[in-house]
Design a protein around this ligand. Sequence first.
Ligand SMILES: [Zn+2]
Length: 406
Amino acid sequence: MLDRMSDCEKQEGVRGEISRRKFLSITGLTLFSVLTACKGIKEPDLEPQPSKAVETVEKNEIILGNVRFFLKNPSSMSKEKKAELFETMSRAYNKLEGYLGKEAMTHPESISVPIEYGAISEVWDGDALGRVVMSEEEGRTTEDGIELLERLRPVKLQLKSIVEDNIAHEFVHLFAQGTALFSESFFEGHAYAIQSTLYPSSRDETLANLFAEDDINEFFDYGLDFNQYDFSLKGGIQSPLLRRLALVKWEIEWKEFLNMEPDFLRNFYTELSRQKNEGKKSFSKSDLIGIGNGVSNAFADWYKNAECFKDIGESEPKSRYLARLIKDKGLLFVGAFDAHPKVTGGGQYTPQFLSPIAVGKLKMRVLGDDGAPQELIVTNWDNYSALAKIPEEFVNGSEFQVQIVE
Ligand SMILES: [Zn+2]
């Protein structure tokens, strides 16, 4: 549609045309239908022995802090693989404990967690290398969002491969957070910020570099936050690429704050742990902001100025549509999405969500020096927003036209 072209046209060398509006349809869903499945896991009756911290390949288990991890299918792994896994878990744990402190890394009670190695089921992010499955629990809505009736606890660690920085990321969820945090910008934003602080090479530089472009950075300067429950009810951000970019944006913002306050997360999770020990079961977004304010004087001013931590729908985008060619990196970024408000009524609950404006196939036309258009199919796309690698021969001197067609 022509009225959608204005923002894109401003971009040098890129003309964007976004057509065929189509909105995601939301059907009524019961709150808390699914968080993460965990039923049917039988745990051995063995009590963890926190003081021993034994790791033995023969016993197929490792104790880290007050968590006992055991292999669910020990016969499927070689002895060498088990040793590599336990050593890597141990290194990741020690590194995290050095960064966050012992208190932040201790659960209110000792727990046993099975490890499933080799496959990850029911993951919406196809690239995920690991996942922590939490217990399924009932919750109720409150004015502030959601409150859990019982504390969630980790009941399964799934790993696709043995990658230390990824295990450290999962350990942030498993140890330091360990229960429900109703804000993805805290929950995942912290996990990624810690991961790339402790393992700088784990950073996705292509995506991180994208935010060095001012207009792309600004494109994400508005409410992107939601919580896991919204996501499972088709709210939040459903586009895999857009979600990934939101994670990078949050990581960048948190790391800027950590540069000013290097002990912030250590103090934050020590306080969170103290509150869990006192019986707090879940943490609403305002609980989390409260902890931030309690452990840092600089937090309040910094946080309120970062638009990307606001909830979806809470702040206006500076630009809804953007097509941007980053010539020296050979990348094309296309984004088009819109925020929708939360609706409640009749016992049904529709979470707020960020929907793509355009659903279709992204095509790129390149006008060569001779004026003849050549069409390139963009392969790295997810219907809504796209990040495409442009072939070398087209990067310089060509005029681009971007179309989303059905
Ligand atoms: Zn995560």
